[in-house]
Design a protein around this ligand. Structure first.
Ligand SMILES: Nc1ncnc2c1ncn2[C@@H]1O[C@H](COP(=O)(O)OP(=O)(O)OP(=O)(O)O)[C@@H](O)[C@H]1O
Ligand SMILES: [Mg+2]
Length: 236
């Protein structure tokens, strides 16, 4: 469903991605791993049109995303949970959820349509906090809100950039079980995270980036069987 091939991306004159490639098939959960500053967020930014790719091609369900503005890319069914959550601090939980919501065009959303009630069923904590302002939430609540907000766009592909970063262990577990539930209903997910154990448990495929280059890809069995790769590129 998503295919990146040979992407070069730059910040000014400094090149951050060198021929980056990866793909996500319908219904798959796929990880993008690599140490700090290696190009994971930049890859997500390229997909979402937030940074121009100067070479290569990004296709989503057969359509080229090259040159499209971010809002058009989001409308095509890509829902981003950004690094740092970036929820609206001066809107309530409820307002955050509806601000960027989009109705699904019928059977296109995996597992059926997302609305306020379904997000509250997924994260009951958000229902309890629905009238609280964004900046009054704990880190875990903010993260649930960021995921809920992305789901409210009824994405065909959900992209998560470090969704468990800086959270308490119990909240992390809740986020991972939420993602496992989404996978069970057929939601395609591209997830960036540093927890290799959690990723190998849920992901169908892994891509590792090092200094802007794709250096390894494979399934969970292959990654588990390859401690050298984990040591060399993930510092484990
Ligand atoms: N706005 C920016 N301007 C200039 N250089 C940037 C910018 N954002 C990122 N970079 C550089 O691009 C490279 C890739 O950064 P990126 O944010 O994609 O890494 P990352 O893999 O997401 O790291 P992290 O695990 O820390 O989030 C790094 O060398 C970084 O310094
Ligand atoms: Mg990053």
């Amino acid at each position: 469903m998503l295919e990146l091939s040979g992407i070069d991306a730059f910040y000014g004159r400094s090149q951050a991605l060198f021929g980056m490639s990866l793909s996500v098939e319908a219904g798959q959960v796929v990880s993008l791993m690599g140490r700090n500053g290696m190009g994971k967020t930049t890859t997500i930014r390229s997909i979402m049109g937030l940074i121009d790719a100067r070479a290569g091609e990004i296709r989503f369900n057969g359509q080229s995303l090259t040159g499209l503005p971010p809002y058009r890319i989001a409308q095509m069914g890509l829902g981003l949970v950004p690094e740092g959550r970036q929820i609206f601090p001066n809107l309530t939980v409820r307002e955050n959820l509806v601000a960027t919501a989009r109705k699904s065009t019928q059977k296109t959303t995996p597992g059926g349509h997302w609305d306020l009630q379904r997000v509250y069923d997924l994260f009951p904590r958000l229902s309890e906090r629905q009238n609280s302002m964004g900046d009054q939430l704990s880190g875990g609540e903010q993260q649930m809100l960021a995921i809920g907000r992305a789901l409210m766009t009824n994405p065909k592909l959900l992209l998560l950039d470090e969704a468990t970063e800086g959270l308490a262990p119990l909240i992390r577990t809740e986020i991972w079980s939420c993602l496992t539930g989404l996978k069970a209903v057929g939601q395609a997910i591209l997830v960036i995270d540093k927890n290799v154990d959690a990723l190998t448990a849920i992901c169908d495929r892994h891509f590792i980036v090092e200094k802007g280059h794709l250096v390894w890809s494979g399934n969970s069995t292959e990654l588990r069987a390859n401690p050298d790769i984990q040591h060399q590129y993930l510092g484990i």
